[in-house]
Design a protein around this ligand. Structure first.
Ligand SMILES: *Cc1c(COP(=O)(O)O)cnc(C)c1O
Length: 500
């Protein structure tokens, strides 16, 4: 059975169920499988449905659950909540394929993980036999928040709080969260950026004040620091590969490159895990916006978060501290002491440098490029005029990076660009790239985009205009821990009354 260790201490093992419930290890590290083992043979997946591929891939990693248990989770997650029966359709264009990961209920790729995470969590909970309230704390740069709220709304024995940067998300993203349904949900704006939100949640997980208030309550996370979110994301790398086989674009064993718009390094790390499991993944292109800390790291070996933070038109990637990179460093080196000391340096000095051996190994699997705001807008315009495909700014960053990689490396292997959000989530900015006439009102922009592209507006976005706003609270970034401790105390009281 697969065991999990913290990236900062590999001597203590936990089960997958425990890792999913905890989210983050108490020592601040990220749970990582001790060894991934071998995944399914991709040639046997060609022609299979997304759900069938998901069942085999997820069961091969989370092997302490039965095939039936995983199947039930998959069937509950990937159903008519998605507006395309293929779940993740692949669309060809002149220089590769675009993998559309935004057909879920909240129109961003986070749905692929957050529609299944509540089911995996409930299953884990049954395995450990605990009877507590799971309080899910989530920091969001825009898309995780709504996807988590939607996935966990009214799930028994859970409570979810989402923290988002007050001035750092798009209008549509903010409305999606403020109008969230469910009796167990809360949304809080933080006067700070995403990194402040994420730091707050991570500190809460090990704060004595917070933990002291957690009687009958377990804190967990729906961020991609949770292994239960990462593993379902491996699936679409397999499904894209299977589809390319099916279409005859590749043959068994051929390598495929993937270009991934990257923020917290979760999506692209799932691609690396697919490669570890045996999928013929060539290069993973790490695509960033002006917050290009990962580009510099992958090219130089120095991670330096001490730089200006930019608010861009691809807000879900406005991140300077990419949590999942810690997992990669540990997976590649197996050295928990080194990872601990690098993370301490990052916390104390804002930067660290890895050894040249480790850097080489990183560069064997990853290449990195970044895209300015101007280049991003030009890419959206080009894709629309040349290919007749409407893409969102995050996808544009990845398409741009894919092109640049191909030109600079001469690597002509098939390329899959991950399309992580519906263009309608960023209507005003996208419309501005393809038309001179941009109305003030976001919903009018959606209508205009629809007229120009013929693409239908996702239901969950169209209805936002008429939903009541439920959450308007905002807090200072240094008040987070107190806020969370108070909330845990409240949840504990309710739990104890229920248990009585
Ligand atoms: C979250 C997000 C990303 C970045 O994904 P990570 O897993 O954080 O690297 C990219 N694009 C969109 C639209 C997102 O919501």
């Amino acid at each position: 059975m697969q065991k999990y260790v913290s990236s900062r201490n590999k001597n203590e093992y936990v089960s997958a169920a425990q890792a999913i419930i905890n989210g983050l290890s108490p020592d601040g590290g990220l749970y990582t499988p001790v060894s991934l083992g071998k995944g399914p043979d991709p040639s046997e997946l060609a022609g299979k449905s997304y759900q069938d591929i998901a069942k085999v891939v997820i069961a091969s990693v989370f092997n302490e659950f039965s095939k039936e248990e995983i199947s039930a989770c998959v069937d509950a997650a990937y159903d008519s909540k998605f507006d395309d029966s293929r779940i993740v359709p692949l669309r060809d264009y002149s220089s590769g394929s675009i993998m559309e990961l935004w057909h879920g209920p909240t129109s961003a790729f986070k749905d692929l993980a957050l529609t299944i995470l509540p089911h995996l969590l409930t299953l884990s909970y049954r395995k450990t036999g605990e009877s507590k309230t799971v309080a899910i704390l989530t920091a969001t740069s825009g898309d995780t928040g709504k996807a988590a709220l939607s996935g966990f709304a009214d799930v028994p024995d859970t409570d979810i709080t989402v923290f988002y940067p007050r001035d750092g998300v798009s209008k549509v993203q903010q409305l999606q969260m403020q109008t969230a349904r469910g009796s167990n949900v809360e949304v809080v704006a933080v006067e700070g950026n995403f990194d402040d939100c994420q730091r707050m949640v991570k500190e809460a997980c090990s704060s004595a004040n917070v933990l002291g208030a957690c009687n009958g309550v377990t804190i967990s996370s729906a961020n991609s620091i949770n292994i239960g979110r990462l593993v379902p994301q491996i699936v679409y790398y397999y499904s894209a590969y299977a589809e390319l086989l099916n279409k005859g674009i590749i043959h068994k064993g051929n390598y495929v490159n993937f270009s991934v718009p990257t923020g917290n390094f979760g999506d692209i790390l799932a691609g690396f895990m697919a490669k570890q499991l045996g999928l013929p993944v060539g290069r993973l292109i790490c695509a960033s916006n002006s917050n290009n800390v990962l580009t510099d790291f992958i090219n130089s070996g120095t991670y330096d978060a001490g730089r200006p933070f930019y608010t861009t038109i691809s807000p879900s990637m406005d991140i300077l501290v990419s949590s999942n990179l810690e997992r990669l460093l540990f997976m590649m080196s197996g050295d928990d002491h080194m990872v601990s000391s690098l993370m301490k340096e990052l916390k104390d000095k804002g930067s660290y440098t890895v050894s040249s051996t480790l850097l080489k190994e990183i560069q064997n699997s990853f290449a990195a490029y970044w895209c300015s705001e101007e280049e991003c807008r030009a890419e959206i315009a080009k894709m629309f005029s040349k290919e007749n495909i409407l893409i969102d700014p995050h996808t544009a960053v990845a398409a741009f990076a894919a092109d640049k990689y191909r030109k600079e490396s001469g690597d002509e292997r098939p390329m899959v660009v991950l399309s992580t959000a519906s263009p309608y989530k960023f209507s005003k900015n996208v419309l501005g790239c393809i038309s001179g006439d941009v109305p003030e009102n976001e919903f009018l922009c959606m209508e205009r985009l629809k007229e120009l592209s013929g693409l239908s507006i996702p239901e969950g976005l169209a209805e936002l205009e008429s939903l009541p706003v439920r959450f308007t609270k905002s807090i200072a970034k240094d008040k987070g821990i107190v806020f969370i401790a108070d909330k845990m105390e409240r949840l504990s009281r309710i739990r104890q009354e229920e248990n009585r």
